[in-house]
Design a binder for this molecule. Sequence first.
Ligand code: ADP
Length: 173
Amino acid sequence: MNTRIGLIQGDITKMQTDAIVNAANSSLMGGGGVDGAIHRAGGPAILEECRMIIARQGSCKTGDAVITTGGMLPARYVIHTVGPVWNGGKKNEDEMLANCYSNSLKLALAHRITTIAFPNISTGIYGYPKREAAKVAVNIVSRFLETDHFLDKVHFVCFDEENHSLYKTLLQL
Ligand code: ADP
């Protein structure tokens, strides 16, 4: 058990952390699932910044992460990362998913963020098997925290019971 990792079942838009992470798509123009919930709760400022990012750099690649304001959310920032679409498991999905977590954490550190909340990236519409995704997420975050001493707390926010119970087991809570 790592006291710098927290587990919550609920809605990530309610998190009062410095940043919340969005499971976005490469267009950064919003969508369903957690992406839709974040844009609805955060208001138009987030989409406006996403548009500026796309205008500057083009679409966001799988595994990459970008940062915007949190708009009307309790969180000050939203880190948008593009998870891999599950394609059977032989298309580097695990590496790309790990990149989502590590690139989001690196971006958080660059913005002096000390508390951050992650959803279960790729396990909704993108179809990544939940158990496999949870293993990748817990491993990469645990490894990151071994060498980082700035982040105070990383929360995993699970929307559904299945993910919550998988994380509970993996985190030995
Ligand atoms: P993806 O396209 O990356 O699969 P989804 O948004 O479809 O993204 O799903 C990612 C995860 O986010 C799923 O486990 C889903 O249950 C969860 N989710 C959906 N809405 C919320 C929310 N408001 N807060 C936290 N997690 C959410």
